[in-house]
Ligand binder design. Structure first.
Ligand SMILES: Nc1ncnc2c1ncn2[C@@H]1O[C@H](COP(=O)(O)OP(=O)(O)OP(=O)(O)O)[C@@H](O)[C@H]1O
Length: 338
């Protein structure tokens, strides 16, 4: 029976971490709904397979977008489904649940998430912010007075925060992350190769040959889509250098946001960060060369954590152990937990 559960309710993926068991669920945040009956047909990986391929009466969509909950009701149902799947019905045994929500969620949405987790069987439900979970999950001691900088590059948002004494001192959240990388690749293919590709193809290209900093050896891959001129299927070769060009704008925006946070950071903490370096988490950290790109822009050493995609979920679970320490120390921000 799960007693302490951490959930990373992400724009791209939902991860569930159970104390003593580790990550027990990792599924895309996608839900397929029958529009006529409002019935949920599939959730998670099964629904992701349907993206862009559904008949007219079925929509496969992501209920969280750009770091906010765009479909409230579906998010609630998805969350309940994942909790019940991993923790059982919750009728006899109720776990403590910590949910990490995207940083842009409103008070109303926070309440909805808390309610959904309670209805799904949570005894006590807490919410926490993504960068704090990312820092804890990456093994940083967030209660120390030394300043630490964490950048979490997810699907919808990049969260950048400086943490000290158990609280967030300065932070920002920009709606530029994995999804925007995919969109930039799609746009590039359309403009340069006159090829119309779907979201999943854009993401596949990014994961296979996406590049943020020049590679020693260029790589390439075949890309299939629809020719915008003839309307027929077409295949073109695309190189990592081209993908780097496509990703230039979103990467620039992320680097500028990091710069902005550093500018707002009190000097003592700045000095700590320049000696301890910056930690990068989230699926976007897997983009080739992103560490060197940020390092080039800031002049500060950048480290990618070992398992960037699981980091937030692990941190969310671990945070339940450190709840008292973090809560009592987070006086410098009003409500990292509420
Ligand atoms: N190898 C890879 N190279 C580049 N990007 C990758 C790779 N693997 C995964 N990603 C990207 O990481 C993103 C998902 O990251 P993650 O699971 O951390 O997001 P999330 O926590 O769900 O989102 P958010 O933090 O915005 O709520 C997706 O855009 C995905 O395409």
């Amino acid at each position: 029976m799960a007693s302490e559960v951490g959930i990373d309710l992400g724009t791209a993926n939902v991860l569930v971490y159970i104390k003593g068991k580790g990550i027990v669920l990792n599924e895309p945040s996608v839900v397929a709904v029958n529009k006529d009956t409002d019935e949920i047909l599939a959730i998670g990986e099964e629904a992701r397979q349907m993206l862009g391929r559904t008949p007219a009466n079925i929509v496969a969509a992501k209920p969280l977008k750009d770091g906010v909950i765009s479909d409230y009701d579906i998010t609630e149902r998805m969350l309940k489904y994942f909790i019940r799947k991993t923790c059982g019905s919750g009728r006899f045994f109720k776990p403590r649940i910590m949910v990490c929500v995207p940083s842009g969620v409103t008070e109303v949405e926070k309440r909805a998430v808390r309610e959904a987790a309670t209805q799904a069987g949570g005894k006590e439900v807490y919410l926490m912010e993504e960068p704090m979970a990312a820092a804890i999950g990456s093994g940083l001691d967030v209660t120390e007075p030394d300043g630490k900088m964490v950048i979490d590059i997810g699907g919808g948002t990049t969260d950048i925060a400086v943490i000290a004494l158990g609280g967030i001192v300065t932070s920002t959240s920009v709606k530029v992350a994995g999804d925007k990388f995919d969109e930039s690749i799609i746009r590039y293919m359309r403009k340069v190769h006159k090829l119309y590709i779907g979201e999943r193809t854009g993401e596949n290209i990014k994961q296979a040959i996406g590049t943020a900093f020049p590679r020693e050896e260029e790589v390439s891959m075949e890309c299939r889509g629809r020719d915008l001129v003839t309307g027929l299927p077409k295949t073109v070769d695309i190189t990592s250098e081209e993908v780097m060009e496509a990703l230039e704008e979103p990467l620039h925006l992320i680097c500028e946001a990091v710069h902005g946070v550093l500018e707002k950071t009190p000097p003592e903490l700045s000095a700590d960060i320049s000696s301890s370096g910056i930690v990068v988490t989230g699926g976007g950290a897997l983009l080739y060369g992103i560490d060197r790109k940020i390092q080039e822009r800031t002049g500060i050493e950048v480290r990618i954590v070992e398992d960037p995609k699981s980091c937030v979920a692990i941190g969310t679970g671990k945070a339940l152990d450190e709840l008292d320490a973090i809560q009592s120390n987070s006086l410098n921000r009003k409500d990292p937990f509420n």
